[in-house]
Design a binder for this molecule. Sequence first.
Ligand code: HEC
Length: 387
Amino acid sequence: MRRENPISPSPPRKPTPKLQAPVWSIYAALAALASVSLIAAENPPQLPEGEAIYQRACATCHGPDGRGASRELVGFDNPLPDFTDCRFAQREADQDWIAVVHDGGPARGFSEIMPAFGETLKREEIEHVVRYLRGFCREPDWPRGELNLPRPLVTEKAFPEDEVVLTTVFPREGTASVIQRVTYERRIGARNQLELTLPYTFRESGSGGWFGGIGDIAAGWKRVLFANLSHGAIASLTGEFVIPTGSRSRGLGKGVTVFETFGTYGQLLPKDSFLQLQAGVELPMDSSKAARAAFWRVATGKMLVEREGRGRLWAPMVEFLAERELVRGEPVVWDVLPELHVTLSRRQHVRANFGVRIPATHREGRSVQLVFYLLWDWYDGGLREGW
Ligand code: HEC
């Protein structure tokens, strides 16, 4: 979601009385709704259907060019989206725009100034007008939001994100400990993403007290190689350095810089199900301190959206996680991780995921772990917005 409309020539805003917006918006909404019902009554429109609906019902606020009409024209102060801004528009999935047009702004935690058209436009007409909105962005390089699959707990995604994720891991047995990891992701342009991860561990020490300390910090770069909505597929490549900031003697770090590289792939499947794959290698700079390892991970699940695609998203999934040290005779170690991903905010920019990571092979000394994350897509709005 953009926060500013860079095109609008308006000077810095004067504070407007809060009441004004809803009043104006009711007029504008009524005018828009009235003009929609006129479409049917008049001669068949000369324009293609989506454009005709847009020009009559949406352009008063969103502007004939999709950049948002000026504040003076619309009479309210709320910023309007700029549909020509691909950075914002391409990351949105059709389903979310359909929800907003059908049920109005509040369906996705936006202002009620954005009217609901569910009563005046048929589902098909809403789809047409949303398809027309798509035409405003002219840079096809930006991967489309439909390819942004629900984030698994361990398997990395192919889609580039603007997110902060706080992951917490509780081992069920062994020394009492809590491992936390903050991951910050930032998109750079259409297809790149920077990623920083800071782990932090609290652990019970032998003498009964607790101690805490940071682990190995990771910095990575992701590049989307391929993204195609008609194939429902996206693939990326990531390179990452894990720096030995954690104390090795206290078991918080590997004590050696590790270069990690992996590929990620996301595939939409029929019936709103999906598959996500990640495979790569960990290459310590000094292999006498840590072994080289390979890993591969699969996450598969299904997206269930309440109210015919317009409400909360639930995504049950299961991950299969494999790792093998690249040392002769070392086995492949498997874990299974069933989990439930859910959107918390209406805007869907705050989400949670909860799962149980179960060692499937070589269980000796490996505990079941409860894994949980809270995710905030900061590009889509502040933590307290959009509920
Ligand atoms: C009365 C003015 C008004 C009219 C008419 C209007 N909109 Fe909106 N619309 C808004 C406002 C204001 C927002 C932004 C709300 C916010 O950011 O809180 C918005 C937001 C949206 C969004 C969400 C964009 C995002 O940030 O993800 C979509 C999609 C949208 N409008 C489509 C339409 C379509 C399609 C029509 C015509 C069928 C239409 N709007 C008619 C005012 C209007």
